[in-house]
Design a protein around this ligand. Structure first.
Ligand SMILES: NC(=O)c1ccc[n+]([C@@H]2O[C@H](COP(=O)([O-])OP(=O)(O)OC[C@H]3O[C@@H](n4cnc5c(N)ncnc54)[C@H](OP(=O)(O)O)[C@@H]3O)[C@@H](O)[C@H]2O)c1
Length: 304
């Protein structure tokens, strides 16, 4: 999801060598190489062939419960591979950027987390992402902690798409009222990342949106923006159970440090949802999903 937004934003002014296990957003000037980041030889081959000025490590196992089941794979992808990337960035004097998560905190603080707050990861996903941060910082890199929303280029639905699908189909959507976060639209985050690179920022920055809200409130705002009946949204607590890995309740990030460095406030959730809606209305989504270009693409039919 974020990878495709990064590819699109970067391709406007840079040569982009994108790597993943399957083809993402296809654009002129973007060269995709498909391999598994767990294959050391393939990673080395790709790095020495592309000789990047900037490496952005964005790939992740985003299923928190999946990471509990496969902790070694999570540790490799989120942390060990950073050392491999760093070998090359060091050699070429290139910059290293690591996309991290608000989940590195245990969520017990009352206020949004600043960059100086001590991480206390609660699960394998968060522990391995925190280890990846440490490896990046040891190389003098840039770590952006975030929580994102947008359209996924793959058949796997993003959280926002899953909410929309439930609203359209009338499936019951249990939404947590006690999990608070600061989501940012993927294209907004990609733009901030480019600004941060232009300013040669290094260290940890919180790159969330400027609105703190619950998952439940986010779902209601999506329903309102798309003119959908919010009736399927049912308020619940994360304590109601059903999740394998423990998760934080307060995931909100204070973005003051990044806003100060960039000299402007970060986008709020309504700006992000407006962009998300525009991507649907304008036909951008259809191109992302590689369907028929032009307005009228119905994501919920495609994912029925
Ligand atoms: N989604 C969120 O709400 C959220 C919140 C906080 C932080 N983040 C961070 O933001 C970043 C982007 O997340 P996202 O939601 O955009 O994730 P995503 O849509 O799941 O994309 C992750 C990408 O990583 C690729 N990948 C996974 N394992 C790989 C491997 N072994 N080798 C090569 N590629 C591999 C996936 O390829 P396949 O399609 O083949 O699996 C996928 O293209 C991640 O670093 C994540 O930790 C996300």
């Amino acid at each position: 999801m974020l990878g495709s937004a990064l590819v699109e934003c970067c391709a406007a002014n840079h040569v982009v060598c994108a790597a993943s296990r399957r083809q993402g957003l296809s654009l002129p000037g973007v060269e995709w190489t498909l391999f598994d980041l767990t294959e050391t030889a393939a990673v080395k081959r790709w790095l020495s062939a592309s000789r990047p000025d900037v490496v952005i490590h964005n790939a992740a196992m985003v299923s928190v419960d999946g990471c509990e089941r496969e902790p070694h794979a999570a540790a490799w992808l989120h942390s060990e591979v950073v050392n491999l990337l760093a070998e090359e960035t060091r050699r070429n004097n290139a910059s290293l950027v690591y996309i991290s998560t608000d989940s590195v905190f245990n969520g017990r603080a009352a206020a949004p987390y600043g960059e100086d707050a001590e991480p206390h990861p609660l699960n394998v996903y968060a522990t391995t992402k925190h280890a990846g941060e440490q490896a990046t910082l040891a190389e003098g890199g840039l770590v952006l902690r975030t929580n994102i929303f947008g359209w996924s280029p793959t058949p796997r639905l993003s959280f926002a798409e899953w909410v929309l699908k439930g609203l359209v189909s009338g499936e019951r959507l249990t939404m947590f009222t006690d999990v608070h976060y600061t989501p940012i639209h993927v294209h907004h985050l990609a733009g901030l990342l480019l600004e941060a690179l232009q300013l040669s920022l290094r260290g940890v920055f919180h790159a969330g949106g400027s609105t703190v809200l619950s998952k439940h409130a986010f779902a209601l705002r999506l329903a309102q923006a798309f003119g959908l009946d919010p009736a399927p949204i049912v308020a619940t607590s994360i304590d109601a159970g059903g999740l394998v890995a423990e998760r934080p309740k307060n995931m909100a990030l204070s973005t003051t440090r990044l806003a100060t460095a960039l000299g402007h406030v970060l986008p709020d959730v309504d700006q992000g949802i407006a962009r998300f809606k525009w991507e649907y209305d304008s036909g951008w989504l259809a191109r992302l999903k590689q369907g028929t270009p032009g307005p009228g693409y119905r994501f919920w039919e495609a994912h029925a």
